[in-house]
Each structure stands twice: as structure tokens, then as C-alpha cells.
Design a protein around this ligand. Structure first.
Ligand code: HEM
Ligand code: HEM
Length: 519
């Protein structure tokens, strides 16, 4: 990490970290009677730990002069590890929430572990922690390869990555303390939102600067998707989070919008976030990693562009067809290679979710599905089947490329992860389709006298078996993610061990080289 930085960059990093630590301490003092103070202390603590980390490696040799001739992959590597850590954490909490819905007592009688607090911990953990880190890490990778240019900046990518993770940590710990502005997928309070604006605009500038240095005249379509994701999320986030804090020493704020305007702005944000965070960004991933892993050109580049403008203005379906047609002629690889199979299944679920979503958007269908578990089923067909599968596939493809090894530590564990993930997704989604439709129908069944046949509690009791099934499906999916995290970790260890062993062979070094290095 630090070996890639020059002495002056290390100094700059130290200055920034010390400023952050001091700032954190000031917030800790100003907000001492509020959860804001705890967050201030947390920021200070993390900044101090990072400062020591930089100091430890401060005197390491400086990088070679020709570093600009290489891609800058350290931030991608760390981003992948962080994505997997968030995956395990977020899915663990997701499964906990799933069991809670079946057995509501599983909260240990504590406020922090109540359903209302754990649910956003899950959604933020998986969408922003897992998905966001996956997107940032792969976007750095893809942008450099498709532009044939190194990332613009040495410290900026770290600022983006760590700043973003700090936002996620503040968000998740905040919910547990009861800090929330109660807007779904935008729960964090004003100070976390301000941090995210700074980080996100830096990300956008970094992306544009790198694109501007490109040696490849054409901007490959994956970058269009990534860029749309970055740009639109910035716009959505800023507008939806316009709010006035009670005071600079309090975490609580009031939205700039009220009543219906607030609801409209929130769901303008909410669903466009689904389209641009959970869809456009991951399409960027798919358009690079799927053809690359299949060893085939995109079936139709033109279709990918049509689909880009389609999703930008309408949100549509052509990408799924394009991905599957790209695999024509590579189906033998899909059979043998679990990594490619992750991507293939992702494309199928992408097609399925967008088809289902369009169906649910029809008024008579929505009158049945709205407020029911059908929506949750649709969400997870997208989240597990599409978002998580394409991310796992892309990570499994890029880990051996990044750490320069032939295969993962264990290809058989990739295979095992694949089947756990597929089984988990299918069980989850089928359970929710059933429970959602049963719920919807029970709520609209009238008796002959014109009264409702079922009370709400009747419908809740009817859900119980489906909720258990969903929790079991989720557990399978979680086990798959844990296997994946283990496999990736072991791959990294395997590579560093081999490197250590190679470095320990005297004949590779010219006489005296070891001494010279130590000087
Ligand atoms: C182990 C896997 C997972 C399990 C067991 C799980 C479980 C759950 C549960 C129980 C809920 C609450 C449903 C309700 O309130 O009725 C939920 C909501 C949600 N989850 Fe997951 N989840 C998992 C993975 C994921 C992943 C990977 C993502 C995204 C990438 C995701 C995104 C969401 C979203 C967006 C919601 C809110 C849905 C809505 O408001 O309609 N989940 N999840
Ligand atoms: C053509 C594509 C799609 C359309 C037209 C669509 C449409 C819909 C509709 C109608 C709802 C239910 C709204 C309600 O009744 O409250 C919904 C909810 C949702 N969809 Fe989709 N969808 C599409 C694709 C996707 C994809 C690819 C994902 C990726 C994960 C996704 C994630 C979600 C989420 C998270 C929600 C729940 C929002 C909430 O209430 O918290 N959708 N979608």
C-alpha cells in the first residue's frame, strides 16, 4: 500500500490523517451529549490508527520512477477485500433479520438489535458496503484497462475508498444507536451525508481525470455505465438529503422538504438509486468481466449502447439478451467454469428481475403486490440473483488477474459457493413469491357480508412457514459468501507465501543486494 507512495505523498497522507483525527476530536467534544460525539471519537480513533500505519512504513523504499507505466491496483485489491468483509457482515445481519421475522424474540431484549435498527444495518451493509466497494474496486480496475491509463492520483483513490467505508461505518453504527433520518436507503444523518458528498464528488473527478488521460480513443461502454452510476448517485444523494441540522452538535436534522414533497423526493431518490446503484453500476461490471472471462467479444456493441440510453431514460432489458448472446459459442466454458456461471446466472436474473419489475409496475398487478413480500422477493431476485452474482463472478475473475496467480486457491470452493448461492436465491425468491401473493390475496378477500375475511394477524400466521424457508435460503446464501471470503483470503495468502519463498532464495539477488536495500 504505502510502498507505492513517494516520501512527499506519505507526508501529505500524514497531514490529512492528523487533520482528520483533530477534526474527529473536535466533533467528539462538541457533540459529547449526542451520538454525534461517539462518531467523532470513532473518526479520531480510526484516523490515529491509520496515522500509525503510515508511520510504520514511512521509511520503506520509495517506488520506482516508472510507476506511471503500471496500473495502480492496490486500491482495487483492498476494495475487494472490504467488499467481501461487508458481504459476510451484511448477509449475516440479513439472515438475522429474516429469522427475526419468523421468531420476533431474537433481539436479546436490546434496543440496538431491534428489527427497526437491524434492517437498515442489513440494507446498508449489503448495498453500500458490499455492492459499493465492489463497484468502486472494479471501476478502478476496468477504467484503467479500457483506457490504458493509470489512475489519476496516488492518494485520491485511497481517499475515495476509505472515505466511503468510513461513511458506511458511521451509517451502520449510527442505526444501532438509533440515529436515522428514516428515509429508506438514505437513513444516515446530515454529517454522514456531507462526508459522502465530498467522497463521491472526488470519485467523479478522479474518474473523469483518468478518462481524460486515456490512450484509447474510444470510451468503452462499461465506463459509460460506471460514469452514469457515479453521476446520477451524486445528484440523487445531494437532492434527497437536503436537510437542516438541529444544531452542529446534534445528529438530528429536519428535511428541507415536507409532507408529500418529502415522500415524492424520497422515492424519486429511492427507485432511481435502485436503477443507477443496483443496476447501471453492475452493468458496467458485467460489460467488462463477462466477455473477458468468456474470451469472446460482446455479441453486439450497438445493442449495449441502445441499452445504455434505454436504462438512462426508461430502464430496460436489452443488456440481459446481449450478455447471454455473448456467451453463444462459449457454453462449454459456462459448463466448466463456475466463475463464468456466476455471470451467466446474473444475466438470467437480471432479465428476470427487470421483466418482473415491469410487470409489477402495471397498476392492477401493483395493487396486489404493493406492501407485500412480493416486493421483497423481487428485490432479492435482483439483489442476490443479479447484484451479488455478478459481483462474485467479477471478483473471482479479477482476483487471479490482480494477484497474478493461475487460479483461485480452490476452484472447487468456487463451485461450492456457486451452488450454495443458486440454491439460496431460488429458495428465498420462491418463498417470497408465495408469501407475497398469499398476503395480497388474503388482504383483499371479502366475505359475503362485505367484510374482510382475514384479519391482519391471520395473514401474519400464514407467512410463518415462508419466513422460515426464506431464512434457510438466506443461510445457504450466507454460507456461500463465507466460503467465497475464505477462498479469496487463502488465494491472497498463497500468493504472498510464494512471493516470500521466492524472495528468500539467495541466487535471485545479486551479491550484496540485500545489504544495499537495508541501507
Ligand atoms: C443472506 C442473504 C440475505 C438475506 C437473508 C436477506 C434478508 C432480508 C430481509 C429479511 C429483509 C427485510 C424484509 C422485510 O422487511 O420484510 C431484507 C431487505 C432488503 N434486502 Fe436483503 N437479504 C440478503 C441479501 C441481500 C443482498 C445481497 C442485498 C443487496 C445487494 C439485499 C438488499 C435488500 C434490500 C434492498 C432490502 C429492502 C427491501 C424493501 O424495502 O423492499 N439483501 N433482506
Ligand atoms: C425494468 C426493470 C425494473 C422495474 C420496472 C422494476 C419495478 C419495480 C416495482 C414496480 C417495484 C415495486 C414498487 C412498490 O410497489 O412499492 C420495485 C421495487 C424494487 N425493485 Fe425493482 N424493478 C426493476 C428492476 C430491478 C432491479 C434490477 C433491481 C436490483 C436489485 C430492483 C430492485 C428493487 C428494489 C430494491 C425495490 C424495493 C424498493 C423498496 O420499496 O424499498 N429492481 N421495482
Amino acid at each position: 500500500m504505502i510502498a507505492q507512495l513517494t516520501r512527499s505523498e506519505r507526508q501529505l497522507a500524514l497531514v490529512m490523517l492528523v487533520i482528520t483525527a483533530v477534526f474527529g476530536l473536535v466533533v467528539a467534544i462538541v457533540g459529547r451529549n449526542d451520538p454525534l460525539g461517539i462518531h467523532g471519537a470513532l473518526v479520531a480513533l480510526l484516523a490515529i490508527v491509520a496515522t500509525f500505519r503510515v508511520i510504520t512504513d514511512y521509511y520503506q523504499p520509495e517506488p520506482n520512477e516508472d510507476r506511471s507505466r503500471h496500473y495502480y491496483d492496490d486500491p482495487t485489491k483492498v476494495g475487494i477485500v472490504l467488499a467481501m468483509a461487508w458481504a459476510v457482515f451484511g448477509m449475516f445481519v440479513g439472515d438475522w433479520v429474516a429469522w427475526l421475522l419468523a421468531y420476533p424474540d431474537l433481539t436479546f431484549d436490546a434496543a440496538w438489535s431491534s428489527f427497526g435498527r437491524l434492517r437498515p444495518v442489513h440494507t446498508t451493509g449489503v448495498i453500500f458496503g458490499f455492492g459499493g466497494n465492489g463497484l468502486i474496486a472494479t471501476s478502478f480496475y476496468v477504467m484503467q484497462r479500457t483506457s490504458r491509463a493509470r489512475l489519476a492520483g496516488q492518494l485520491t483513490p485511497w481517499f475515495v475508498l476509505f472515505g466511503y467505508n468510513l461513511f458506511c461505518i458511521i451509517a451502520v453504527t449510527g442505526y444501532m444507536m438509533g440515529v436515522t433520518q428514516s428515509k429508506e436507503y438514505a437513513e444516515p444523518e446530515w454529517y454522514a451525508d456531507v462526508l459522502l458528498v465530498i467522497v463521491w464528488v472526488t470519485y467523479l473527478v478522479l474518474y473523469l481525470q483518468t478518462l481524460a488521460r486515456r490512450k484509447e480513443p474510444h470510451i468503452y461502454v462499461a465506463n459509460w455505465y460506471y460514469l452514469a452510476f457515479i453521476l446520477v448517485v451524486a445528484m440523487l444523494h445531494i437532492v434527497n438529503n437536503l436537510a437542516i441540522p438541529v444544531s452542529l452538535g446534534h445528529s438530528k436534522s429536519y428535511s428541507a422538504f415536507s409532507g408529500v414533497q418529502d415522500a415524492m423526493t424520497q422515492w424519486w431518490y429511492g427507485h432511481n438509486a435502485v436503477a443507477f446503484f443496483l443496476t447501471a453500476g453492475f452493468l458496467g461490471m458485467m460489460y467488462y468481466f463477462l466477455p473477458k472471462q468468456a474470451g469472446r467479444p460482446l455479441f453486439s456493441y450497438r445493442l449495449s449502447i441502445i441499452s445504455f440510453w434505454g436504462i438512462t431514460f426508461l430502464y430496460m432489458w436489452a443488456s440481459a439478451a446481449n450478455a447471454l448472446l455473448t456467451l453463444n459459442g462459449a457454453w462449454d466454458k459456462v459448463r466448466d467454469d463456475a466463475t463464468l456461471r456466476f455471470m451467466m446466472v446474473a444475466a438470467v436474473f437480471y432479465g428476470l428481475t427487470t421483466f418482473e419489475g415491469s410487470f409489477m409496475a402495471i397498476r392492477p398487478v401493483n395493487s396486489l403486490s404493493h406492501y407485500t413480500d412480493w416486493t421483497v422477493g423481487h428485490v432479492h431476485a435482483g439483489a442476490l440473483g443479479w447484484v451479488a452474482m455478478i459481483t462474485f463472478g467479477s471478483i473471482y475473475a479479477s482476483v487471479p488477474w490482480l494477484w497474478k496467480c493461475k487460479t483461485m486457491y480452490s476452484p472447487r470452493l468456487v463451485e461450492a459457493h456457486f451452488w450454495f448461492a443458486v440454491a439460496g436465491t431460488i429458495i428465498y425468491v420462491f418463498a417470497m413469491w408465495n408469501s407475497g401473493i398469499v398476503q395480497g390475496l388474503m388482504w383483499r378477500t371479502y366475505s359475503e357480508s362485505g367484510t374482510l375475511t382475514y384479519s391482519f394477524i391471520d395473514s401474519l400466521i400464514a407467512m410463518h412457514p415462508y419466513y422460515i424457508a426464506r431464512a434457510v435460503g438466506g443461510l445457504l446464501f450466507l454460507i456461500g459468501a463465507v466460503i467465497g471470503a475464505y477462498n479469496i483470503w487463502m488465494t491472497i495468502r498463497m500468493v504472498s507465501q510464494t512471493a516470500d519463498e521466492l524472495a528468500d532464495r539467495p541466487e535471485l539477488l545479486p551479491a550484496g543486494a540485500a545489504l544495499q536495500q537495508a541501507e
